[in-house]
Design a protein around this ligand. Structure first.
Ligand code: SF4
Ligand code: SF4
Length: 380
């Protein structure tokens, strides 16, 4: 059973937020994975332009300072996205990161966008999965001496939630690797529910949606998705307020999660004892930071969980969210408030535990964990 260290987000003048967080790092002991002069990849998402709930750079600074104190040489990294937007190539990605506050003066570490200018660089790493025997992983992951995952724990329209496993798997997949993971995602429009607002049409980063005649009179139009142009990013699902776009019967969210987990395992192939994960269970929005907006969190702020096991840290984070009181001013409003599957309630029954089950099955980590609550062990 893996240990998951936890500290709540409650704070006051006796112990401020960043001081508490620093105490978590000390107890957790990052020194177990960092050695003198190590190149340390700090994997995170810099957030999309317009999103306001991505991981705050001030939290990143505390990890950077600790890595430096241990003699490591940290850099902040993420790979370019598959879809168009503010992070599709390294030039735009750096600008987005800087505009979102991740400059050296704030974080104390340089930004190294992973996978080359257009995301075509990768190394082929072995993995003993059910879907893949090898995976295309960005060199910034494979060539680093150690990896620290800093994940904003929140919902996701295809995977149910995004934590350490998604941060590593989807985040360290090269462009070609991301296509391998997304190949099973096929959104489709239910004509009867579509009111023709064209919101999805305007938002789709790949221009894969067109507005076509509904066949019920010339004025009424509905959305249609061109499968060939669609990259399976799932953003249209989050954009549609009527629920007319869903992941179709042709795709299985569990398969996408399993593929993502196999990429995470591939990224960690040579990182035995050289990996740590921290999940920030704060601003738990229903959807991903890759969207250009932030809906209200579905639960109150909870805290930070840390582990050397990427499956355990996600399992513990998911349990903490499901045990929390739902926010009536959020997408959970109504029956979802009392649900013990809060991401499933928001995302129409997507089983987010598929990623945990598969992670355990392929030997990446354990679903069972021992929670070490540091708030029950206050400093004197
Ligand atoms: S956002 Fe939804 S309702 Fe609006 S056009 Fe697209 S599918 Fe139809
Ligand atoms: S998943 Fe939706 S938003 Fe993304 S590319 Fe396909 S149609 Fe466009």
């Amino acid at each position: 059973m893996s240990k998951v260290y936890f500290i709540s987000s409650r704070a006051d003048s006796r112990e401020r937020n960043l001081t508490k967080y620093h105490r978590l790092l000390k107890t957790f002991d990052l020194g177990r994975v960092i050695r003198e002069n190590d190149l340390v990849a700090i994997k995170l998402s810099f957030g999309e332009q317009g999103n306001l709930t991505y991981l705050r750079p001030q939290y990143v600074r505390v990890v950077v300072d600790e890595v430096k104190r241990l003699g490591g040489r940290p850099f902040l990294t993420d790979a370019n996205t598959l879809y168009a937007g503010g992070r599709q190539n390294s030039r735009d990605h750096v600008i987005t990161a800087l505009e979102n506050g991740f400059g050296y003066e704030v974080t104390g570490a340089p930004i190294v966008i992973a996978g080359g200018l257009l995301g075509f660089d990768y190394r082929t790493m072995p993995v003993s999965g059910e879907h893949f025997m090898e995976a295309k992983i960005v060199p910034e992951a494979t060539d680093a001496d150690a990896i620290i995952s800093l994940a904003h724990f929140k919902g996701h329209m295809i995977c149910g939630f995004g934590g350490a496993l998604k941060n590593l798997g989807m985040g360290f997949g090269a462009r070609a690797g991301k296509q391998m993971m997304h190949s099973d995602v096929h959104p489709e429009v239910t004509a009867a529910t579509c009111d023709g607002c064209a919101r999805c049409y305007k938002w789709c980063p790949e221009k894969a949606i067109s507005m076509v005649s509904s066949g019920e009179g010339r004025k009424r139009k509905i959305a249609r998705i061109e499968d060939e142009a669609c990259v399976g990013c799932g953003e249209c699902v989050a954009t549609c307020f009527t629920g007319a776009i869903g992941i179709s019967w042709k795709s299985d969210p569990a398969i996408v999660q399993q593929k993502m987990v196999e990429f995470a395992a591939a990224a960690l192939t040579e990182k035995q004892g050289r990996f740590a994960a921290l999940n920030f269970i704060l601003d738990v929005t229903p959807d991903c930071d890759c969207l250009g907006w932030s809906d209200n969190p579905i639960v109150p702020n909870i805290g930070v969980a840390a582990s050397f096991d990427p499956v355990s840290v996600d399992a513990a984070s998911l349990d903490l969210v499901n045990q929390a009181q739902g926010n009536a001013m959020s997408a959970l409003a109504g029956e979802g408030l009392a649900s013990n599957d809060k991401f499933g309630a928001v995302h129409h029954g997507i089983d987010a535990t598929a990623q945990l089950a598969h992670g355990e099955k392929i030997g990446l980590g354990q679903r069972s964990y021992e929670l070490v609550d540091l708030d029950k062990n206050e400093p004197q």
